[in-house]
Design a protein around this ligand. Structure first.
Ligand code: SF4
Ligand code: FES
Length: 238
């Protein structure tokens, strides 16, 4: 028989005018290898069918299950309940994003707006001929692009970021990482001046205060601060 754990979660539905923010407490038996994904699924199926939270992949890939877990932004599907020695776990929705209900937030609209703001796609000044083999790039450069492409848009870096909380339009580490990804990709023909037009302001590269929380909480361990510093140097020169 496993130990009893206590999970406390915010309950609030902003679209229901009668709803008031409260905390609900759930007690359940811990099972071997239990993640917060498993615990929340158990709560939802056996204790409280009304509790809302988001999951898709259960494997740290889709980025849907970000939440504040005992004060830190983390992925619920990659967090073991056994990490918490006293068995007490408090859950809050990620800040910065629009609250849908309880632990569920709308990070998709935020990510879409960020992608549009930083023009998150390859821009080339020549027509692509899809009947030809793609232009090769150096393996080290390809590796660097693939590394930055590992971002899963979970939004933990945004939820950790003081600038993102203060500035609604700040593109966050996720947006700056995206720009760096296209800046180093030789398929993209934009110049540093073009990128400056997109992020050369306080809602872009000059809004970052280098507090490092984005990198501390990124579940993919992307080196966000070094990429932000790299882009800042490029933008100052531009
Ligand atoms: S940079 Fe890291 S923390 Fe930010 S959205 Fe991408 S994977 Fe998540
Ligand atoms: S459910 Fe996909 S990252 Fe957690």
């Amino acid at each position: 028989m496993g130990r009893e754990i206590t999970i406390t979660a915010l309950k609030y539905n902003p679209s229901d005018k009668n709803s008031k923010p409260t905390f609900a407490e759930y007690k359940l038996e811990e099972t071997p290898g239990m993640t917060l994904y498993i615990a929340l699924t158990k709560i939802k199926s056996t204790i409280d069918h009304d509790l809302s939270s988001d999951f898709v992949c259960r494997a740290g890939i889709c980025g849907a299950c970000g939440m504040i877990i005992n004060g830190k932004p983390r992925l619920a599907c990659k967090t073991l309940t056994s990490e918490f020695e006293d068995g007490k776990i408090k859950l809050l929705p990620l800040p910065t994003f629009k609250l849908i209900k309880d632990l569920s937030v709308d990070s998709g609209t935020w990510m879409k707006n960020m992608s549009l703001r930083v023009n998150s796609w390859i821009v080339a000044n020549e027509e692509t001929d899809i009947s030809k083999v793609e232009k090769p790039i150096e393996p080290e450069v390809a590796q660097e692009v693939f590394e930055l492409d590992r971002c899963i848009e979970c939004g933990l870096c945004v939820a950790s970021c003081s600038t993102a909380i203060m500035r609604e339009d700040f593109v966050g580490a996720v947006g700056l990482n995206r720009v760096a990804r296209f800046q180093i990709d030789p398929h993209d023909t934009r110049t540093d001046e073009d990128f400056y037009e997109l992020i050369g302001d306080d809602d872009g590269i000059f809004g970052c205060m280098s507090l490092l929380a984005c990198e501390d909480h990124c579940p993919k361990e992307l080196s966000l601060q070094s990429k932000i510093a790299y882009m800042r140097r490029k933008m100052v020169k531009a």
